[in-house]
Design a protein around this ligand. Structure first.
Ligand SMILES: Nc1nc2c(c(=O)[nH]1)N[C@H]1C(S)=C(S)[C@@H](COP(=O)(O)OP(=O)(O)OC[C@H]3O[C@@H](n4cnc5c(=O)[nH]c(N)nc54)[C@H](O)[C@@H]3O)O[C@H]1N2
Ligand SMILES: Nc1nc2c(c(=O)[nH]1)N[C@H]1C(S)=C(S)[C@@H](COP(=O)(O)OP(=O)(O)OC[C@H]3O[C@@H](n4cnc5c(=O)[nH]c(N)nc54)[C@H](O)[C@@H]3O)O[C@H]1N2
Ligand code: SF4
Ligand SMILES: [Mo]
Length: 696
C-alpha cells in the first residue's frame, strides 16, 4: 500500500498551544491520522488526543452539509434543506427590513474563537463595519486575565515559554495544561528531567497537572491574591526580594512595603486554606531560585477578583527579579506582540463612528431587552453567529434561552454541527473546517505565526466564513477590496501589510517566527509603561486606555495594591457550596462534544464532591443531584473525589445542554454580571446549593 501523503497544517482550536500538525491526506476528500509536528520546537511532536482523532470530527456523519430553514418551533431542531440562494435571499431581505424599521444597530453579528484563524474568525467585522451593525465587546475569555497582566507589565507578552525547559522552578498557576494546553507539560517536565527543576502547581482541585507537582498548592477558589501577598511579605521579611532590581525596574515604594507588612502567612492561611508552612516553603523556593518561571493561566482569573489575582501573582517575579535570568520570568500570552495590520480583513476602513458595542458575555441580558446592556438603544432583532455556541457556553443560560426563543428574533447560525445554538436558528448555514479553507494562526502560547492551507474538499455545500461574509457584502451592495480576493490572498495581503514578507516562503515553511529578542521579552530595558517600570500599583485607567477597555464598575473601588479582594460570590446557609466549571480534557469548550472518543472519555455531565461533603448530605457515588442558585437548576451525576477543599465542587467541561437530564447546561448557574474592572465572566465563581434529584 502507498504511504499517505503528509501535509503540514495547524490546529485551529481555541487553545494557546496552536500546534503545528502533520496530517495524512488519503485522497482529495479524506484525511487519516493527525500528528504533532516533530520539527516544531514548541509542539515537539505532542498533541492532545482529541485532535489526534480529528478524522472523527471532520468526517463525522452529522456534519452540516446544506443550508437549512427552520420548520419546527424555536429550539425544537426541526429544519428543511434550502438552497444557498434562498438562504441568502432571506437573510438579506430580513436584514434590510429590520434595518429600515429599527436601524442598523438592531442587527448584531456575534462571533468568537471556534476557529483561531484570523481571516475566518474576524472577517465578520467587515460585515458590521460596512453596515453599521452593533459592535461586539470581546470579554468572555480574556476579559479579566489580560487587564490583570497588562496592569503590571504594560504589554501582553512574556518570556519564550520554551525556556521553561531551562528553569529550576516552574510555577504553573491557575491553568491545567494536561487538559488545556498539553505542550506546557512537555517543556516543564523537560526542566525537571534535565535539571531537577521543581514543579509547583496552584489550583483549586487536584488536577492531573497537580498530580505531577513536586509542590502542589490546593487553594480555596479566588484566594490567589492572598497567597501572592503572603509570598511577597516573606520575600521582604527574609531578605529574598531583589531590592536593586525593584529600584531600577519597578515602582516599589514604602507604601507598598507597608501594605504587605500585614499580609503575613498567618493572615493568608485561613483565606487560602493552605498551612503557614506551605506558604513559607513556596516563598522560600521562589525566593531562592533565580530561574523561576511563572506560567500564569486563564483559569484563576475566572473569579470576580480574577484580574487582581493575575496582577498579584505576576508581581512575585517582579519582586524576586526572576525576569533577569534565562529560564526565569513570567508568561501568560504573547497576543500583544504580533504587530499585525488586520485592517483589510476586518474592513476597518468602512467602520462608522459611535456605533454601540454590546458585551458578548451579556448576550442573555441583551437578547432579553435589558436597557443597560443595550445602552438604551434598539432591541436586537437579528443575530448572525459564526464560530461560537452561546446557547451553551455563555453565562446566565436562563436568559440566553429566553432570548433565543423570542419569536421576533431572526437568528442565523453558520456552523459545522447542529449545536445548541444552531438548534435555535431560523437559518442554519454549513461551514467548512480548517483543512478545507486557508488561514493564518497566531500562537498565543508561544512565538510563532503559522499558516494552514486548504488541503481537502469541503463536504456537500459547506462554505467558509470568508466566502459567506463576502457574498453577504455583495448582496447588501457593499464594495470592498476583499470581494475580489481569495482567503489565501487576504492572508498574503495581511502578511505584507504587517511587514511579515511574502506568503509563499512562509507557507512553504509552515510558519514565521515572531520571537522577540530575549532581553526585550524579559523587559530588560524596562517594562512597557512610559516610566519603564513594572507597576505594583496598577493604573487601571491607563490599562483601559491602552486596550480600549470600558469600565464595569467604579475605578475608585479597585484595590490600590495586590491584595485579597473579597468580592466573589458568597456562600451562605442557603448556598453552601462554591462551584467551578473547569475545562474537560476531551472537549474543547463546546467542541468535540459530538466525537465518539471524546464522549466516551467524558461520560455523563457530573459533579466532583469530597466524600465528607457527600456524606454530610447523605449522597453516594453516582447519585443524581440537582445543583442550583437564583439563576436556575442543573442536574448532574455525583462523583466522589477527595481533591478539593471541603465546600468546593467542580463540574468539568461544558457538556451540550441536551446531555443533561432536564436539558439545562452548566452555564445556567453562572452569572453574566461583568467582572471588574473591564468585564468578563466569573465561570469558576458561583455559590450553589446541592440536593438529591427527586427523579432517583
Ligand atoms: N462553564 C464554562 N463555560 C465556559 C468556559 C468555562 O471554563 N466554563 N470557558 C469560556 C471560554 S474561555 C470560552 S473561549 C468560550 C468558548 O466557547 P465557544 O465560542 O462556543 O467555543 P468553541 O467550542 O471553541 O467553538 C464554537 C463553535 O465554533 C464552530 N466553528 C469552528 N470553526 C468554525 C469555522 O471555521 N466557521 C464556523 N462558522 N464555525 C466554526 C465549532 O463547530 C463550535 O461549535 O466558552 C466559555 N464558556
Ligand atoms: N481540553 C480542553 N482544552 C482547552 C479548553 C477546554 O475547554 N478543554 N478551553 C480552551 C480555552 S478557550 C481556554 S481560554 C484555555 C483555558 O485554559 P486554562 O488557562 O487552563 O484555564 P481554565 O481551564 O479555565 O482553568 C484552569 C484551572 O484553573 C483552576 N481554577 C479555577 N479557579 C481558580 C482559582 O481561584 N485559583 C486557582 N489557582 N485556580 C483556579 C481550574 O480549576 C482549572 O483547573 O484552555 C483552552 N484549552
Ligand atoms: S487543541 Fe491545543 S493541544 Fe490539542 S492539538 Fe490543538 S493546539 Fe494542540
Ligand atoms: Mo477561552
Amino acid at each position: 500500500m502507498n504511504k499517505p501523503l503528509l501535509a503540514r497544517s495547524v490546529c485551529p482550536h481555541d487553545c494557546p498551544s496552536v500546534c503545528a500538525l502533520d496530517v495524512e491526506i488519503i485522497d482529495s476528500r479524506t484525511i487519516g491520522r493527525v500528528r504533532g509536528a516533530k520539527d516544531d520546537p514548541y509542539t515537539a511532536g505532542v498533541i492532545c488526543e482529541k485532535v489526534a482523532r480529528y478524522a472523527e470530527r471532520i468526517h463525522h456523519p452529522n456534519r452540516l452539509t446544506q443550508p437549512l430553514r427552520r420548520i419546527g418551533k424555536k429550539g425544537e431542531g426541526r429544519f428543511a434543506p434550502i438552497s444557498w440562494d434562498a438562504a441568502m435571499d432571506e437573510i438579506v431581505a430580513r436584514f434590510r427590513q429590520i434595518e429600515a424599521e429599527w436601524g442598523p444597530e438592531a442587527i448584531w453579528p456575534y462571533h468568537y474563537a471556534g476557529t483561531m484563524g484570523h481571516v475566518q474568525r474576524d472577517g465578520l467585522d467587515r460585515l458590521r463595519n460596512a453596515m453599521g451593525y452593533s459592535q461586539q465587546y470581546d470579554t468572555i475569555c480574556t476579559g479579566t486575565a489580560w487587564p490583570g497582566y497588562i496592569a503590571g507589565t504594560g504589554l501582553l507578552g512574556g518570556v519564550n515559554p520554551e525556556q521553561m525547559a531551562e528553569s529550576d522552578c516552574v510555577v504553573i498557576w491557575g491553568t491545567n495544561p494536561v487538559h488545556t494546553q498539553v505542550n506546557v507539560m512537555t517543556h516543564a517536565i523537560r526542566a525537571r528531567r534535565e535539571r531537577g527543576a521543581k514543579l509547583v502547581v496552584i489550583d483549586i482541585y487536584r488536577t492531573p497537572t497537580m498530580e505531577q507537582a513536586d509542590m502542589p498548592l490546593l487553594l480555596r477558589p479566588g484566594s490567589d491574591g492572598a497567597l501572592a501577598c503572603a509570598v511577597m511579605h516573606v520575600l521582604l521579611r527574609d531578605g529574598l526580594a531583589d531590592r536593586a532590581y525593584m529600584a531600577t525596574h519597578t515602582d516599589f515604594d514604602a507604601a507598598f512595603e507597608a501594605h504587605l507588612s500585614t499580609r503575613t502567612p498567618e493572615w493568608a492561611a485561613p483565606i487560602t486554606g493552605l498551612s503557614v508552612e506551605e506558604i513559607e516553603a513556596f516563598a522560600r523556593l521562589v525566593g531562592t531560585t533565580p530561574r523561576s518561571f511563572f506560567r500564569l493561566g486563564f483559569g484563576f482569573t475566572r473569579q470576580r477578583n480574577g484580574a487582581i489575582n493575575m496582577h498579584a501573582a505576576l508581581s512575585i517575579p517582579a519582586m524576586t527579579g526572576a525576569w533577569q535570568h534565562r529560564g526565569g520570568g513570567a508568561f501568560h500570552s504573547n497576543s500583544g506582540t504580533w504587530k499585525l495590520d488586520k485592517r483589510l480583513l476586518t474592513g476597518a476602513d468602512l467602520a462608522r463612528t459611535s456605533v454601540r458595542e454590546l458585551d458578548m458575555s451579556e448576550i442573555g441580558p441583551v437578547l432579553t431587552g435589558d436597557e443597560k446592556a443595550l445602552f438604551g438603544g434598539p432591541p436586537v432583532k437579528a443575530i448572525f453567529i459564526q464560530n461560537t455556541n452561546p446557547a451553551n457556553v455563555a453565562p446566565d443560560q436562563t436568559l440566553v434561552r429566553q432570548g433565543f426563543e423570542r419569536e421576533d428574533l431572526f437568528t442565523v447560525v453558520h456552523e459545522q454541527f447542529m449545536t445548541d445554538t444552531a438548534r435555535y436558528a431560523d437559518i442554519v448555514l454549513p461551514a467548512t473546517m480548517f483543512l478545507e479553507h486557508n488561514d493564518y494562526y497566531t500562537r498565543g502560547g508561544h512565538t510563532r505565526v503559522l499558516f494552514g492551507p486548504a488541503l481537502v474538499e469541503a463536504p456537500g455545500e459547506a462554505r467558509s466564513n470568508f466566502a459567506v461574509i463576502n457574498e453577504l457584502l455583495e448582496r447588501l451592495g457593499v464594495s470592498h477590496e476583499t470581494l475580489g480576493l481569495t482567503d489565501r490572498e487576504v492572508v498574503a495581503e495581511t502578511f505584507r501589510a504587517s511587514g511579515y514578507g511574502d506568503l509563499e516562503p512562509i507557507a512553504a515553511q509552515g510558519f514565521i517566527d515572531r520571537e522577540r529578542p530575549d532581553a526585550e521579552a524579559r523587559f530588560a530595558q524596562g517594562f512597557a509603561w512610559p516610566d519603564r517600570r513594572y507597576r505594583f500599583r496598577p493604573d487601571w485607567p491607563a490599562v483601559a486606555a491602552l486596550k480600549a477597555y470600558r469600565w464595569a464598575g467604579e475605578p475608585s473601588q479597585m484595590p490600590v495594591f495586590p491584595d485579597y479582594w473579597d468580592v466573589n460570590e458568597k456562600t451562605d446557609a442557603e448556598h453552601p457550596f462554591r462551584l467551578a466549571t473547569s475545562p474537560a480534557r476531551a472537549y474543547l469548550n463546546s467542541s468535540f462534544a459530538e466525537t465518539p472518543g471524546s464522549k466516551k472519555r467524558e461520560g455523563d455531565p457530573s459533579l466532583l464532591m469530597t466524600s465528607a461533603d457527600a456524606e454530610a448530605l447523605g449522597l453516594a457515588e453516582g447519585a443524581a443531584v440537582l445543583v442550583g442558585n437564583h439563576r436556575g437548576v442543573v442536574e448532574l451525576t455525583l462523583r466522589l473525589f477527595d481533591g478539593m477543599r471541603q465546600g468546593v465542587v467542580i463540574a468539568e467541561g461544558i457538556q451540550p445542554n441536551g446531555a443533561h437530564r432536564g436539558g439545562r447546561g452548566i452555564n445556567t448557574l453562572i452569572g453574566s454580571d461583568p467582572v471588574k474592572p473591564f468585564g468578563g465572566v466569573a465561570f469558576h465563581d458561583a455559590a450553589v446549593w446541592i440536593r438529591p434529584s427527586a427523579a432517583h
